[in-house]
Design a protein around this ligand. Structure first.
Ligand code: ZN
Ligand code: ZN
Length: 583
């Protein structure tokens, strides 16, 4: 049992000056608030997006998470909808315009609060329902997460509609046990068919809203009852597919308790299934209610973390704020984001493995299989054959003097590629690079090179002769100080174990390519052709692989297009568009 040392209440806002401090136990919600949508959509949630957002800001919440149901097939309707003859549950207009509404909301309030938006994907069966859902998911652009939820039985009767509807279905199925068994089987089918489309499974034991939860599910660890066996199988499946469980607080107000029941969550914990948290509220009055109860509930089962999602990528967050090292979590989530962007969609949700060093070692106790990096102040994150190591402290610079090429030039797209072009034409390889942007419209580059000394001189002469007024100074020498790294909030240290120290910025490109002279020039020329300016650059190599990491201008569009066209010499090119708080 865990005792909380602080009394916790979301009502206790700490005031400092005029600024509202966020409540101590605040949830970055996933299954958050269902807002009003519009009259062509299923009637669900009533409040305006703007009003809700303003209230969340007033309460000092760092985050607000909106959620919208996917439109349903007409066969799946609540009794109330049938009575009122609500036919517009197809709701295409409201549904498809939702992302635009959220975009506008972000423009208006994005500086004051982090706004997230997700979809509650309605399971409507494996036949037409599945095709329907695939089309809906395809059109739901830019969602931060998708929750797979089962509200309707195969028979078209809802589990969460009314007591009458539940009773009707229980009768139809011949008893409460079969009622539950049908539900669990449908959920198994849902996960099996939809796991690639969703990140989270919603309110796992929803039927307890109108029917008693069977003893077999309360004794999930020991029972040999068919219900226990199928529920255990379902949880194993959720674990295998790396989905998270929705710890959903809506059941508190409805009198059936948090979804899922403690016995189910305990089993989930044994299987290392991550959780997300949410109030699943439909009105502004309940905004943020029961946060502390939800956190306590998960903590008592043994969870130390929960997930929130950003563009379907999971972010780890601590359940307890006391001793919470916010900056350190930002470093970790930034690393997760960088690594995940290197994978295709469906592998992104898989939580990677960690190593922690220096002050980050306090994370070790919460991560079962994490290893220590000793005093090395960094977090190493790996998945399959890919890894990144990042830190919030500036990597050490060797202070020794070295030979190389120094260029002071105008900070324009294409200037850097002129240097690389001249060097490649003389078959000179660039080994390391340091770039610096000065605030007078110029930049400096220092490159260490391998190749014939005379050839290097030839190349430099060529740049001098053809570079026009782009170059203020360019020369080779053997007594240069190695320049300092550009400064940033956080630093990348290694990629796949290759040393690539660079300040992390919002837009970067990672390239892993055939390590021969001229290959990097392809990338630089491609970027120059699109007027994309390079602000920072680091190079590394191992075996036949060359590594390059580039910081590029924030306004750079068309990067992803360019990267697709580089050709077979490039093994991996990733556009790292980073949205984490740690950038
Ligand atoms: Zn739901
Ligand atoms: Zn919901």
């Amino acid at each position: 049992m865990v005792n909380f040392t602080h009394s916790i209440s979301t009502k206790q806002f700490l005031m400092s000056g005029n600024k509202i401090q966020p409540p101590e136990y605040f949830i970055w919600e996933t299954h958050g608030i269902h807002a009003g949508t519009g009259n062509d959509h299923v009637k669900h949630g009533v409040d305006e997006l703007e009003k809700i957002t303003e209230q969340a800001i007033a309460k000092g919440h760092p985050n607000i998470s909106f959620i919208i149901h996917t439109p349903r097939l007409t066969r799946f309707r609540y009794a109330a909808e049938k009575r009122l003859d609500v036919k517009f549950i197809r709701g295409d207009n409201a549904y498809f315009n939702y992302p635009k509404k959220i975009e506008k909301l972000k423009e208006k309030y994005g500086n004051e609060i982090s706004i997230k938006y997700g979809i509650e994907l309605e399971w409507l069966g494996a036949d037409l329902g599945l095709q329907w859902n695939r089309s809906k998911i395809f059109q739901a652009q830019n969602a931060d997460f998708v929750i797979g939820s089962l509200h309707f039985s195969k028979e078209g009767i809802p589990y969460d509609g009314s007591q009458e509807e539940a009773d009707q279905l229980i009768k139809l199925r011949g008893g409460v046990e079969n009622y539950w068994l049908g539900y669990i089987e449908e959920l198994i089918e849902m996960v099996d068919c939809s796991w690639e489309m969703i990140q989270i499974v919603g309110h796992l034991d929803l039927p307890k809203l109108f029917a008693p939860i069977p003893q077999a599910l309360l004794e999930l660890d020991t029972s040999d009852h068919i219900l226990a066996r199928r529920m255990r199988f379902l949880l194993e499946m959720i674990s295998e597919y790396n989905l998270a469980l929705d710890v959903n607080l809506a059941g508190i107000n409805k009198g059936c308790g948090i979804y899922p029941h403690q016995s189910i969550l305990q089993r989930a914990k044994q299987l290392d299934i991550p959780i997300s948290l949410g109030t699943d509220t439909h009105s502004i009055q309940n905004l943020g209610n029961h946060f502390e109860r939800g956190i306590k509930f998960a903590y008592e089962v043994g969870y130390k973390h929960y997930l929130s999602f950003s563009k379907t990528i999971p972010e780890k967050r601590p359940l307890r704020n006391s001793g919470f090292k916010e900056e350190k979590y930002k470093v970790m989530n930034l690393g997760i984001e960088m690594l995940n962007l290197r994978f295709e969609d469906r592998k992104q949700r898989r939580i990677p493995k960690f190593s922690f060093g220096g002050e980050f070692r306090t994370f070790l106790e919460h991560h079962k299989n994490a290893t220590s990096l000793g005093d090395f102040e960094a977090i190493r994150i790996r998945k399959g054959n890919k890894s990144v190591t990042i830190s919030n402290s500036v990597p050490e610079n060797s202070s020794s003097k070295t030979s190389g090429l120094l260029s002071h030039h105008r900070d324009d797209p294409g200037v850097l590629s002129m240097i690389f072009n001249a060097l490649a034409s003389e078959e000179i390889n660039v080994e390391t690079a340091y770039l610096n942007t000065n605030n007078d419209g110029t930049a400096t580059a220092f490159l260490t090179l391998s190749g014939d000394e005379n050839a290097i001189k030839e190349a430099v002469e060529f740049v001098r002769g053809t570079g026009g007024d782009s170059f203020i100074e360019i020369r080779v020498g053997d007594n240069f100080d190695i320049p300092e790294l550009q400064k940033g909030k956080n630093y990348l240290l290694e990629v796949d174990g290759v040393n690539l120290p660079i300040a992390i910025s919002k837009q970067m490109i990672l390239s892993i390519h055939n390590n021969s002279s001229g290959v990097l020039l392809i990338l630089l020329s491609a970027l120059a052709s699109q007027n994309i300016n390079i602000k920072d650059l680091k190079l590394g190599q191992r075996g036949n692989k060359g590594y390059a990491i580039l910081g590029i201008e924030e306004s750079s569009n068309s990067v992803s297009e360019v990267l697709k066209k580089l050709g077979p010499q490039f093994f991996e090119t990733t556009h790292l568009q980073l949205g984490s708080e740690g950038v």
